[in-house]
Design a protein around this ligand. Sequence first.
Ligand SMILES: *Cc1c(COP(=O)(O)O)cnc(C)c1O
Length: 409
Amino acid sequence: MEKFKNYVTHLECGLTGQADYLPGEIHGLSQAGRPLLVRYALKAMKHELNKNDIWARPGGFWKWRELLPLMNTENLCALGETDTPLQPCPRLQKDLNVTGEILMKDEGRLPTGSFKARGLGVAVAMAKELGLKRLAMPTNGNAGAALAAYATKAGLESYIFAPDDTPDINIREISLQGGKVWRVNGLINDCGKIVFDGKEKMGWFDLSTLKEPYRIEGKKTMGLELAAQLGWSVPDAIFYPTGGGTGLIGMWKAFDELEKLGWIGSKRPKMFAVQATGCAPIVKAFNDGTKHADLWEDAHTYAAGIRVPVAVGDHLILEAVRESKGAALAVSDEDIEIARQQIGQREGFLVCPEGAATFAAYKRALKDGRIDGADQVVLFNCGNGLKYPMEEQAGVLDRRHPIDYDALK
Ligand SMILES: *Cc1c(COP(=O)(O)O)cnc(C)c1O
């Protein structure tokens, strides 16, 4: 088995900077109740590694082994990970009369059909490495599916709790992949409370978004991969559908690490956190100029992945958005559906509602002058469009009568 050097030095509180958390121990949140961030010996890495050698490796997000926390390759659980394509969208550019490239990073190609594979692949491998046996998590669907698949592959148990209106397909894929799953009459934070309250009694380790340190590291690989795909540079703007914000925080961390390694320069993309008008706590906090976001009451949107009323990493999301001179933007379910149809019918690309939301937000940002038509932008299609309900648009034919072919034109 190939040997990789591990460069982790310690973990650090994302809020207070307290830095005495040791690798090799089991960690949840920091003492301040906030996410922990993994730190690496980047100076040593800079001398010892070559970016192009790493990028040339197979294995999707696992190729970034030295920038990930896993020590022992035996604990790695792989399900056929792949780098995800950056799809050009020339017809959308034409529709909007912009010269800057619109690139859609298609995360639907990953195992279990969403970018949750990145976070949970790494988090489950770390759970295995740390000797944990029984994992639990609240989910809006995709995270549960990724947890079930990777936990089963790793030989661990998974207990998963989902709001009762979670798409049927998510619930079914979870159990088919070996997870134990329950529908709960509440939202994701209510499901999170069931995990929190039952932890001790059930012997669960809580894998809730950002409540353990390693999902961010997995999601970070989106930023590493993106920079490599763009020839070791970053786009002018990134539009990211933001629930717990793991991916946005992770990419922001990735760019920082890449710069310290000397693999990219100091340019940063404007980071846009995209939410739905029915659940927009980060947008509200951004507009109010506050450091943290309040719980959003009566959260609703059909883009289930971003129906997250409260995020424990709110300050990290807001920091990245503000430092990058981006914004947090909310789009309506109606605009999300229009965007989904436009991308499908113009580009032949079936995206998930959350992915469509990023295009709706891009259009808004253009209109508001937050970005320029010449900017190169990356939108995230975070899940496979086939996992979501689609509008029925077929006509109906009666084969027992003569077909009026002219009417089909
Ligand atoms: C989880 C999820 C999101 C939100 O991702 P975060 O990184 O947790 O903000 C967006 N879209 C889909 C489809 C998801 O599954």
